[in-house]
Design a protein around this ligand. Sequence first.
Ligand SMILES: [Ca+2]
Ligand SMILES: [Ca+2]
Ligand SMILES: [Ca+2]
Ligand SMILES: [Ca+2]
Length: 435
Amino acid sequence: MKYPNLIIQTFSILIIFSVLTNCSSDDSNGGGNVSYIPLFSCENGFADIYPCNDYDLMAHVPIEDLGGTGAEGNDSWGWTDSTTGKEYALIGTTTGTAFVDISNPIEPLLLGTLPTATINSLWRDIKVYNNHAFIVADNAGSHGMQIFDLTRLRNVANPPESFTADALYTGFGSAHNIVINEDSGFAYAVGTSTFNGGPHFINIQNPTNPVAAGGYAISGYSHDAQVVTYNGPDNDYSGREIYLGSNGNEIVVVDVTDKNNVINISSFSYPQNAFAHQGWLTEDHRYFIIGDEVDELTFHFNTKTIVFDLNDLDNPVLSSTYSGPTLAIDHNGYVVGNTYYLANYRAGLRVLDITNIGASTNSMTEIGFFDTFPSSDSANFNGVWNVYPYFASGNIIINDIEGGLFIVRKSVNWVLNFIPIEIHYQIIYKYNVSP
Ligand SMILES: [Ca+2]
Ligand SMILES: [Ca+2]
Ligand SMILES: [Ca+2]
Ligand SMILES: [Ca+2]
């Protein structure tokens, strides 16, 4: 009888502790191991109406609240205030960009929105560098790149406010994506009408004074890209700025260190290519994980993720393919340590262990998911457009086209993992039970 009693007492103390930490976190930060009681825990495969595995729902903000009636969600990014540690969701919608303080993830606060610079668009893309957001839109006329000083979010008098941009870069009109190498302070707009749709370089080292720095037209249109200061296994390119462009029919690897002398390194494709859409490097820069946005529609197989071995940047080699559990299309994926977070449209957020990424088979293993589109897992362009998994708190933001912002977090074993040791021992002392 001691143990049931212990568990009840444990939960009582735990709840008190959580409430205390919630209150104190309002004016501190969202980082660290602060515990919150989820809005809906993932239990028996569901969090409320949402199928899940090992991810809890902390909060949900409907898309109408972020973009207005009839709005849809698209891309997203995050900002962590280096001064306060507070975390913010930057949510793209058809009508603009919404800025949400999520440092208390169970009580997200919409601070305001930055309207589109021109017309509404299905495609918006956001990245962050040096406390500024850089925002583009596609099929949006002369939109250009909006620049927004995120430190303004520290003091918003009457949320939600309607913001104005701090600067506007007009060297292009529409762009499909904006890519930033935070190590170099260069932005790369892709899918513009300049440089054949290849990367349009912008020096953003002084964020509100962006300077055009040329572009690269030879490889043609890039749909999306990643640019890194290379620190991988190929010593030929150590310290070089490497652009990995997802160009539909192929991936291109380009040395963009010297903006006036760009060097094509290699390009590659894979069987059953339909549209190479987006890719992300592992943290060691050895492997590149690719999503093809049209192959599930074309070939009717389950979600397919393609892994290339970039041990030699001059000679990339297909390493493995992963087949997911549903027919849904994969969209955007990101690596954090040994985990790959995939925005999988109708299948929601999918979380994959990539510890064995170098293996030729079973290189990834699904270890969790949160499905914000419960009614279907079919291959259609609905559900999760993007996820952002880089907050130190462990909160993950999902931007669902129809559903809006979902804040989810890996489930915790409350009893075993979240009781402060002192309280644990107080319980042991008070109730005279063994740990
Ligand atoms: Ca995007
Ligand atoms: Ca695919
Ligand atoms: Ca090489
Ligand atoms: Ca689903």
